[in-house]
Structure formats: C-alpha cells, structure tokens
Design a protein around this ligand. Structure first.
Ligand code: NAD
Length: 269
C-alpha cells in the first residue's frame, strides 16, 4: 500500500503530451495512477513525457497512438488500453480550435473540429464505459470549455462541439449513475469547462490580438481577458489538473452530470 488515492487505478488522458492534458496526467500520476498517454508528438517528446510522469509518481506508463480523426484508430487505441488497463479513468482532453465567422467556416473545418472535440469522446466513452459499469468504479472527465456553456462569435464549430460534449456527458452520467456503490466509488461523468488557460491552443488568438496592440504579447492577453474573464487572470493548466484529480477521488462519487466552469467568472455574467 502506497497510501496514494489512485494507487492501482489506470488512467487514459487524450492529448496528454502537452498543455492541459499533460497537467492532468501529472496530477493523476502524483497520486499513483498508471498512466496511458496520447497525442501528436515526436518519439523524443513521448519519451520525455513518460519519464516526467514516472518521476511524478506513475508506477507505469504507456503511449497509445491514435489520430482522433480516424474512428478505426480510436477503436484500436481503446482495445490496447483495455488490455493494458483496464481503464478506470478516462479523460477526453484532446481538442482543436479554429476561428472564423460562420460564413467563412468550411465544411472541412467543421468536420475536423466535430470529429476531434466531440465524436472522439463518444467513441472512447462507448468503448470504455461498459467495463467501468461492470467494475463499479469509473471516472470520465471531458474537457469542454466555457464555450460548452456560452457562445462567442467566430467559433461556430468549436462552440457546437463543446455544447455537444456537455450534452453527451450528461446522458452518460444518467446511464451510469446507479453503477457501483459508495464503497466501490461509483461511475461518474463530468465536464470541466475552462476559460482562458495558458497553453498552445490559444496562441493564434493571443497573437492576433497582440497585433492590434503593436505586437505586445502581454497587452494581447490583457485585452482578451478584459473582454470575457472578470478575474483578469489566466488559469494555469495545473489548476485544471487539481480539479480533475479531485473528481477522480472517492468523495466525488455523487458528483456526476455536471459542467464545472473554471473561468474567473466568465459564465456568471
Ligand atoms: P493544446 O493544443 O496544448 O493540446 C491539445 C492536445 O490535443 C494536444 O496534445 C494534441 O496532440 C491533441 N490533439 C489534437 N488533435 C488531435 C488528433 N487529431 N489526434 C490526436 N490528438 C490530437 O491545447 P490545450 O489548451 O491543452 O487543450 C486541451 C483541451 O482544453 C481542449 O479540448 C481545449 O478545447 C480545451 N480548452 C482549452 C482552453 C484554453 O484556454 N487553453 C480553454 C477551454 C477549453
């Protein structure tokens, strides 16, 4: 016994080679979870992430490759994960973002964003959750966005995908609500809905806004925050990791079907 709260649990976090996914993987690893990582990365990056997670406390790590645009690849990933696992904790974190007015958004962009941000989670959940139900313990955490709760202009496919992810999560929460018990930990499904969080995904938006402030990066960030996020502070990915960890622990057995904003008051307005 290590006394760690996730000892003997196995977690799969999609898109965990960087950003919010990596921060979540580090938080789960620190509590002793075996970590299956995933995402677009070079072999060197993968090796560095695996070494990092083992240093954080993961007893074992594995990298599972799958382009989330490819349903067959997702199915292969989930079969490998089940063999290596079984998967107790599934974090659907991988996501992409493009901005354009609705009239300029192409079919290709719509299809790509919906596939990665929404359909991939449907596939990992339909494949991963029956085992959780049978074992009486499972945690699904879907990284949605404030854009799963409110809209912003120029983000039609992204907002649609994130609202869809919140809806999908609520259905799964209901279907699995009675699985397991307080003792086994139950099966829960929740969304975390971050506002502005410092990662690569927001880079193009920050740079575009900085360009309207003479190329000043910090002024670009301040301008984006002042428009929507009343705290005027970015979140750090590790803060999303801390929340995800708490959702995985036993006291959270009755918290399911929620979409939790981490948005500095954005959706309170
Ligand atoms: P990021 O760009 O740093 O990470 C995205 C991850 O998704 C990467 O690991 C990438 O490899 C993976 N990915 C993307 N397309 C993929 C594909 N086709 N196949 C496999 N992997 C793929 O961004 P992030 O900010 O860490 O984003 C993580 C999640 O948080 C996303 O779902 C994003 O929508 C959400 N989010 C981020 C913010 C923010 O401000 N950063 C705000 C709200 C929500």
């Amino acid at each position: 016994m290590t006394g760690k709260t996730l000892a003997e649990r196995t977690a799969l976090v999609t898109g965990s080679v960087q950003g919010i996914g990596l921060a979540i993987a580090r938080a789960l690893a620190a509590e002793g979870a075996r970590m299956a990582i995933h995402g677009h990365a070079t072999p060197e990056q993968v090796a560095a992430v695996e070494a990092d997670l083992r240093a954080c406390g993961a007893p074992e790590t594995i990298f599972l490759e799958a382009d989330l645009l490819d349903v067959a690849a997702i199915e292969t990933m989930m079969a490998r994960a089940a063999e290596w696992g079984p998967i107790d904790i599934l974090v659907n974190n991988a996501g992409i973002q493009r901005t354009a007015p609705l009239a300029d958004a192409t079919a290709a962009v719509w299809n790509e964003i919906l596939a990665v941000n929404l359909s991939a989670a449907f596939h990992t959940m339909r494949l991963g959750m029956p085992g959780m139900g049978a074992r009486g313990f499972g945690r699904v955490i879907n990284i949605a966005s404030v854009h799963g709760l409110v809209a912003s202009r120029d983000k039609s496919p992204y907002v649609a995908s994130k609202f869809g992810l919140v809806g999908l999560s609520k259905v799964a929460a209901l279907e699995y609500a009675a699985s397991g018990s307080r003792e086994t930990g139950g099966v829960t499904v929740n969304c975390i809905c971050p506002g502005w969080t410092e990662t690569a995904i927001i880079g193009p938006q920050v740079e575009a806004r900085a360009a309207t402030h003479g190329g000043d990066h910090d002024a670009g960030i301040a301008s984006l925050l002042s428009e929507k996020q009343p705290s005027l502070r970015m979140s750090d990915p590790s803060e999303i990791g801390a929340l995800a960890l708490w959702l995985c622990q036993k006291p959270a057995h009755n918290l399911t079907g929620t979409a939790i904003p981490v948005d500095g008051g954005w959706t309170a307005q």
